[in-house]
Design a protein around this ligand. Structure first.
Ligand code: PRP
Ligand code: MN
Ligand code: MG
Length: 185
C-alpha cells in the first residue's frame, strides 16, 4: 500500500538514490575521519534518518550525540530566531565534530550550531548535509560535505517535514500543492 504516497506530487530522490549518496559520503568520511574518533552530532529532528544510514557507511570509531536547535518550529518558513530546544550531552572541547543535517536552507541553523560548537572549544567542526538548497542561503556558512544540491522547492520525507509530518517517507518528494494550501492560508 502507499497511503502516504498519495500526498506526494512527485519523487525527487528514491530510496536507491539516497542509498548511493550515503555510500559515497560514507566512503569519503571514512577516509577523512580515520583515527580521529569524531563526535557525530545529529540535528534533531530532520537529520535522524540520514544520520542512521550515513553512519552505518562510516567505518571509523565514533561517538554519537544530538542537538535540537529548531528555528522553523512546526512551521513552514524559518522564523529566523534560533533556540536550543535540547542541548548536547557531550563535552565537545578538543573533539573533531561532524554535524549531520538533512538540509541547509537559509544556513541560519547550521551557522548557529557551528558557531556554538567552535565557541565551546571543538577542535574542528564540519558538516555533512544531505541536501543543499543553495539558492535560499542568507548566511555564509561552509558546507564541507553534501549529498546533492536542490532547487527552491519544499521537500518532504526521509526526515524532512511539513507541520512535523511526512518525515517517515522512505524517499524524498514534493508535496502536492493542495496539501500545502489546506494548511497555509
Ligand atoms: C529544518 C532542517 C534544517 C533547517 C534548515 O529544521 O532540518 O535543520 O530547517 O533551515 P535553515 O538553513 O533555513 O536554518 P527545522 O528547524 O524545521 O527542525 P526539524 O529538523 O525538527 O524539522
Ligand atoms: Mn532540522
Ligand atoms: Mg522542520
Amino acid at each position: 500500500s502507499d497511503n502516504m504516497g498519495r500526498i506526494i506530487d512527485h519523487k525527487l530522490f528514491t530510496e536507491e538514490d539516497i542509498h548511493e549518496i550515503c555510500v559515497r559520503l560514507g566512503k569519503q568520511l571514512t577516509e577523512d575521519y580515520a583515527g580521529k574518533k569524531p563526535l557525530v552530532v545529529g540535528a534533531l529532528k530532520g537529520a535522524i534518518y540520514f544520520l542512521t544510514d550515513l553512519t552505518k557507511q562510516m567505518d571509523v570509531e565514533q561517538q554519537l550525540d544530538f542537538i535540537d536547535v529548531s528555528s522553523y518550529g512546526d512551521g513552514f518558513e524559518s522564523t529566523g530566531k534560533i533556540e536550543i530546544v535540547h542541548d548536547l550531552a557531550a563535552d565537545v572541547a578538543g573533539r573533531d565534530v561532524l554535524i549531520v543535517e538533512d538540509i541547509v536552507d537559509t544556513g541560519l541553523t547550521l551557522k548557529f550550531m557551528k558557531d556554538l560548537l567552535i565557541e565551546r572549544g571543538a577542535k574542528s567542526v564540519k558538516c555533512c548535509v544531505l541536501l543543499d538548497k543553495e539558492a535560499r542561503r542568507t548566511t555564509e556558512v561552509e558546507v564541507e560535505y553534501y549529498g546533492s544540491k536542490v532547487g527552491n522547492e519544499f521537500v518532504v520525507g526521509y526526515g524532512m517535514d511539513f507541520l512535523n509530518m511526512y518525515r517517515n517517507l522512505p524517499y524524498i518528494g514534493i508535496l502536492k500543492p493542495e496539501i500545502i494550501d489546506k494548511y497555509i492560508k
